[in-house]
Design a binder for this molecule. Structure first.
Ligand SMILES: [Zn+2]
Length: 101
Protein backbone atom coordinates (compact mmCIF):
# COMPACT_ATOMS: atom_id res chain seq x y z
CA UNK A 1 0.00 0.00 0.00
CA UNK A 2 1.30 3.40 -0.96
CA UNK A 3 0.68 6.25 1.39
CA UNK A 4 1.12 9.59 -0.27
CA UNK A 5 1.82 12.75 1.64
CA UNK A 6 3.80 15.93 1.47
CA UNK A 7 7.42 15.82 2.55
CA UNK A 8 9.79 18.69 2.89
CA UNK A 9 13.22 18.27 1.38
CA UNK A 10 16.12 20.55 0.58
CA UNK A 11 17.43 21.00 -2.92
CA UNK A 12 19.85 23.30 -4.67
CA UNK A 13 17.82 26.25 -5.92
CA UNK A 14 20.71 28.30 -7.29
CA UNK A 15 24.47 28.33 -7.55
CA UNK A 16 26.15 31.72 -7.40
CA UNK A 17 29.57 32.25 -8.91
CA UNK A 18 32.27 32.47 -6.23
CA UNK A 19 34.02 35.25 -8.19
CA UNK A 20 31.32 37.62 -9.49
CA UNK A 21 28.47 36.43 -7.22
CA UNK A 22 26.08 36.23 -10.19
CA UNK A 23 23.53 33.47 -10.41
CA UNK A 24 24.55 30.67 -12.76
CA UNK A 25 20.92 30.01 -13.72
CA UNK A 26 20.24 30.59 -17.41
CA UNK A 27 16.99 31.88 -18.88
CA UNK A 28 16.03 28.30 -19.72
CA UNK A 29 16.27 27.43 -16.01
CA UNK A 30 19.42 25.33 -16.24
CA UNK A 31 22.28 25.92 -13.86
CA UNK A 32 25.51 26.33 -15.82
CA UNK A 33 28.66 26.44 -13.74
CA UNK A 34 31.89 24.53 -13.34
CA UNK A 35 33.80 23.63 -10.26
CA UNK A 36 37.45 24.32 -9.62
CA UNK A 37 38.47 21.89 -6.94
CA UNK A 38 41.48 20.52 -5.16
CA UNK A 39 42.14 18.25 -2.22
CA UNK A 40 45.76 18.44 -1.21
CA UNK A 41 47.32 15.35 0.25
CA UNK A 42 50.15 14.20 2.42
CA UNK A 43 53.47 15.86 1.67
CA UNK A 44 51.98 18.88 -0.03
CA UNK A 45 52.30 22.37 1.43
CA UNK A 46 48.52 22.49 1.86
CA UNK A 47 48.06 18.98 3.25
CA UNK A 48 44.46 18.36 4.29
CA UNK A 49 42.99 21.44 2.66
CA UNK A 50 40.09 20.95 0.30
CA UNK A 51 38.92 23.63 -2.11
CA UNK A 52 35.77 23.88 -4.17
CA UNK A 53 34.97 27.07 -6.10
CA UNK A 54 31.94 27.39 -8.36
CA UNK A 55 32.46 29.56 -11.43
CA UNK A 56 30.04 30.97 -13.98
CA UNK A 57 30.94 30.53 -17.64
CA UNK A 58 32.50 34.00 -17.96
CA UNK A 59 34.64 33.67 -14.80
CA UNK A 60 35.68 30.13 -15.76
CA UNK A 61 37.06 31.32 -19.09
CA UNK A 62 38.63 34.38 -17.46
CA UNK A 63 40.40 31.99 -15.08
CA UNK A 64 41.50 29.83 -18.00
CA UNK A 65 42.83 32.94 -19.79
CA UNK A 66 44.81 33.81 -16.65
CA UNK A 67 46.31 30.31 -16.55
CA UNK A 68 47.23 30.49 -20.24
CA UNK A 69 48.94 33.83 -19.62
CA UNK A 70 50.82 32.35 -16.64
CA UNK A 71 51.97 29.43 -18.81
CA UNK A 72 52.98 31.80 -21.58
CA UNK A 73 55.03 33.89 -19.12
CA UNK A 74 56.66 30.92 -17.40
CA UNK A 75 57.80 29.41 -20.69
CA UNK A 76 58.57 32.59 -22.58
CA UNK A 77 62.21 31.74 -23.23
CA UNK A 78 62.44 27.97 -22.92
CA UNK A 79 60.85 26.97 -26.20
CA UNK A 80 57.88 25.13 -24.69
CA UNK A 81 56.31 23.32 -27.66
CA UNK A 82 52.76 23.76 -26.33
CA UNK A 83 50.90 26.55 -28.02
CA UNK A 84 50.20 29.45 -25.66
CA UNK A 85 46.82 29.78 -27.33
CA UNK A 86 46.13 26.04 -27.00
CA UNK A 87 43.11 24.63 -25.29
CA UNK A 88 44.54 24.33 -21.80
CA UNK A 89 42.55 21.71 -19.90
CA UNK A 90 40.15 20.95 -22.75
CA UNK A 91 39.43 17.22 -22.64
CA UNK A 92 36.82 16.86 -25.34
CA UNK A 93 34.60 18.80 -27.73
CA UNK A 94 30.97 18.13 -28.60
CA UNK A 95 30.34 16.25 -25.36
CA UNK A 96 26.80 17.61 -25.27
CA UNK A 97 25.41 14.93 -22.97
CA UNK A 98 28.48 14.56 -20.69
CA UNK A 99 28.95 11.02 -21.91
CA UNK A 100 32.38 11.43 -23.45
CA UNK A 101 31.15 12.63 -26.83
ZN1 LIG B 1 31.32 34.67 -12.34
Amino acid sequence: MKIIGRVESEAITDVRCDVCNESTRLENGNLQYETLEAHWGYGSAHDGKRYEAHLCERCFFNTLAYLKQARRTLHLFDGDPRSPEGDLGLVTRNDLFRDGG
